[in-house]
Design a protein around this ligand. Sequence first.
Ligand code: ATP
Ligand code: SF4
Ligand code: MG
Length: 452
Amino acid sequence: MSSEVNAPKAEKKKNRNYLTGKEIRAIVKSNNKVTRALEKKKRRKAKEEEFLTTLKDDKNILEVEDLHTYFFTEQGVVKAVNGVSFEVPQGSTVGVVGESGCGKSVTSMSIMQLLQGPAGQIVSGEIRFKSYDFKLDEKGKPIPIWETDEEGNPVFEEKKDKKGRPVLDKEGKPVLQEKQKRDEYGTLQYEMEEKVFNIAEMPIKEMYRLRGRQIAMIFQEPMTSLNPVFTIGNQLDEVTFLHFPGSTKADAKRRSIEMLNLVGIAMPERVYKSYPHELSGGMRQRVMISMALAGNPRLIIADEPTTALDVTIQAQILDLLRDLKKRINGSILLITHDLGIIAEMADFVVVMYAGRIIERGTASEIFHHPMHPYTIGLQKSKPVMDSDKDTLFNIPGNVPNPIDMPDYCYFRERCSSCKKACFGDYPAMVQVSPTHYVACHLYDENKEGDAK
Ligand SMILES: Nc1ncnc2c1ncn2[C@@H]1O[C@H](COP(=O)(O)OP(=O)(O)OP(=O)(O)O)[C@@H](O)[C@H]1O
Ligand code: SF4
Ligand SMILES: [Mg+2]
């Protein structure tokens, strides 16, 4: 008889690298119970007070606090984002770096509430976002801003039908109406107000208020985000119709062409009539950016926006993003595994490892004074032009299994700076400067700081 058969039950289970049918059924049953409750919560009807909140610091546009996003799979619960906290100050670019699978995209999908349910769920934590949205009247309609003359009297204009022809009264005279203000692109203006929402508590239906108009997302491969059966113009006009009530077809077209112009597309009229497959990769990414811009968002989440592009186009797209940020006076959450892009673009950097943030600080702190052994390793693995070394440094070992994370530092098996404390609990986040935080036992003496 083999020793495997003689091994105690618990030991046998530990040594196996597969699950029995019975175990899978038990996991599925427990998953269903949790995900059903979370799905129900997302689909509930809720009053705005239930998801209104306040920011810890009014200078921020986004604050993520202790976010846990899990995937409930047949193999067990994947803790893709496991207690992540960071903020995006208004007007800044925050870069998120980390190796493949560390939870960068899942963090951004959580902010947009675009996780694929029922498996993917925000389990706990807060995502506070400062929105700047239409003020609504008692009937739930946006309140127009009317034009006034120098003395404050209303200004009137001829009423037009959908085709842009003047509407006439019974006597054949043009009907007049109060003139609504328009922005520089000719889009109708409404009264706005600031509100802070906790996205983690928002029902899915309410997210339509934020997606596109407040937070826009630019993905790695634009072809997967553009609809192949509609023209670029069709898809761009749709954004204006969705986000700017009262826009006519002519308003939308003017705005779309203007947006294509802004992102540096030559012959915007022609691109307006093209289908996505008729454009190059770089042009498609420009179109995606113009689409993000059309909603006039305050936060742009760019998930590997240049990975599919060649180096020259990459540089142009990054320039464009920088330009847009200034234009909309917005902020960017830039996700990439390319440290070069982060160095060029980011004001603040968040370093993720296996679903957690292990270090964050200003770009200068992370690049000039990296503290976590993983961040130091990342810097060393960067290619350098004038280096005399033939091979790049690589961090030995692998990330732990996301279904069965250890309770000690996740980087321990790969770390060459390990000390006694590393065999204890997972290290707490320690503050080492007003803006610099690190989760590593090497800095435990700084624990008295205002760590979070
Ligand atoms: N639909 C899913 N079902 C199960 N697990 C998932 C799912 N989507 C993502 N994950 C897991 O979540 C973890 C984080 O994935 P994520 O896509 O956020 O990584 P990433 O940091 O964006 O990586 P990359 O740089 O490759 O894009 C991974 O372990 C991944 O396997
Ligand atoms: S806590 Fe210990 S094992 Fe983890 S990164 Fe720091 S030194 Fe290495
Ligand atoms: Mg990703």
